[in-house]
Ligand binder design. Structure first.
Ligand code: HEM
Length: 178
């Protein structure tokens, strides 16, 4: 039997990301929650933040901060690349984690179903449009890494020099005593 469910790609759903026209995708389904934004007890901003706007995850070795910069994506990607960060830029975002993390009640889940307009195409996955994780990045950062290491292990050369001076002194004293 042919399915009557309308299918969307994640990228298509991601175009609807404003307070007048807001779609979110949860568990493979697509919801048009535009009319519910103003009524949402958790505020409209959290739902808008879970839409498929450009989403950028920035990582370096010490911290990871997912954030959103819709307009400045290209400039930012270049700047971050140069400063040695790893950057993932994806167009299209799934809101399942945000929805689940808020601990919504059964009533909220039932209400959600009333806004369902279709499902995601099965092949749809968040596509990283730009992924900068390369060996080149590590090579570019060699001087910085060396600097970081020397900051971390500054005591090692001082210990070696100290030990050499001490041993030399003891050796000379012993030699003089003979
Ligand atoms: C996906 C992004 C969403 C996030 C991050 C989110 C977050 C939240 C948060 C933080 C609250 C608690 C507000 C408070 O008690 O101060 C809340 C409550 C609620 N939300 Fe959402 N929400 C989202 C989407 C939705 C959607 C799509 C619906 C329904 C169409 C919905 C329905 C409700 C309802 C009914 C409540 C009241 C408490 C409950 O019954 O669980 N939310 N939400």
């Amino acid at each position: 039997m042919p399915t009557l469910t309308k299918l969307y790609t994640l990228e298509e759903a991601s175009q609807h990301n404003t307070s007048e026209d807001c779609w979110i995708t949860i568990d493979g389904k697509v919801y048009d929650v535009s009319s519910y934004l103003d009524e949402h007890p958790g505020g409209d901003d959290v739902i808008l933040g879970a839409t498929g706007n450009f989403s950028i995850s920035i990582h370096n070795t010490i911290k990871s901060l997912p954030t959103q910069f819709p307009d400045t994506a290209n400039r930012l990607s270049m700047e971050l690349y140069l400063s040695g960060f790893t950057l993932f830029l994806s167009k299209g975002k799934d809101a399942t984690d945000e929805f689940e993390d808020a601990g919504h009640s059964k009533t909220a889940r039932e209400l959600l179903e009333t806004f369902c307009i279709g499902e995601l195409e099965e092949t749809t996955t968040p596509i990283p449009e730009l992924e900068i994780v390369s060996k080149k990045q590590q090579l570019n950062n060699l001087p910085q890494k060396f600097f970081n290491l020397s900051k971390q292990y500054w005591f090692a050369p001082i210990t070696v020099v100290g030990l050499s001076v001490g041993l030399g002194y003891l050796y000379l004293r012993k030699k003089q005593a003979i």
